[in-house]
Design a protein around this ligand. Structure first.
Ligand SMILES: N[C@@H](CCC(=O)N[C@@H](CS)C(=O)NCC(=O)O)C(=O)O
Length: 204
């Protein structure tokens, strides 16, 4: 199997962390690094692998491809059930999905928009609205406040154990530093961040 990814980008990091948590060796994959800034992901060849042009992409040995980070994570959750990172009962699966979606829609996406619209990193392929970027940075900070309250009496975001929702939030929060959005004085969020950052997978 082959992975198309980009070392510095948040969505590929989600997948790398997920794989390491599953005990899957990243060295088992052929890995191709794409330079997103140079537009490697916009090539006609890459579009045949993912018409949406995003990384990561998992390519099977027969050439079929899977994209969308969580879809790829789901594949490995099913092929490597232990430890469960997406829940092992109907209620746990639904609850973890709810929290992961919240972390995607209300944290990772605003952080990504803050990055794209305040830096203009992808100005060669999209319009850039700095005010919108600033607005999205504010939205991410509001979620930091929400998470600080949520984590006051919890070790992890969605479940008593570490899950994919923690991975999405960790990656979003770490990437937010690129645009100077920081946890700051939010003790419960900071304690959670320390907890998840010291897991070996965080370095993936
Ligand atoms: N929803 C997709 C998002 C994929 C995505 O947008 N990846 C970013 C990197 S984190 C990308 O490839 N950006 C390149 C571009 O927008 O041109 C997923 O979850 O994998």
């Amino acid at each position: 199997m082959k992975l198309y990814e980009t070392r510095q980008a948040p969505n590929p990091r989600r997948l790398r962390i997920f794989l390491v948590e599953k005990g899957i060796n990243l060295k088992d994959f052929e890995i191709e690094q794409l330079d997103l800034g140079a537009g490697d992901n916009l090539s006609e060849t890459f579009k045949t692998k993912n018409p949406m042009c995003g990384v990561p992409v998992l390519e099977f040995d027969d050439g079929r491809c899977l994209s969308e980070s969580i879809a790829i994570c789901r594949y490995f959750e099913l092929t490597h059930p232990e430890p469960p990172l997406m829940g092992d009962t109907a209620e746990a699966q639904a609850t973890i999905e709810m929290w992961n979606r919240r972390m995607e829609l209300h944290l990772l996406l605003p952080v990504a928009m803050a990055f794209r619209h305040t830096t203009g990193h992808f100005a060669d392929r999209e319009s850039v609205f700095p005010d919108y970027g600033a607005d999205r940075a504010g939205a991410a900070i509001k979620i930091f406040d929400f998470l600080d309250r949520h984590l006051a009496d919890r070790r992890y975001i969605a479940d008593e154990n570490y899950t994919v929702a923690d991975i999405t939030a960790l990656v979003a929060i770490d990437f937010a530093r690129v645009v100077d959005i920081r946890i700051g004085d939010r003790p419960h969020l900071a304690a959670w961040h320390e907890r998840v950052s010291t897991r070996p997978s965080a370095g993936a």
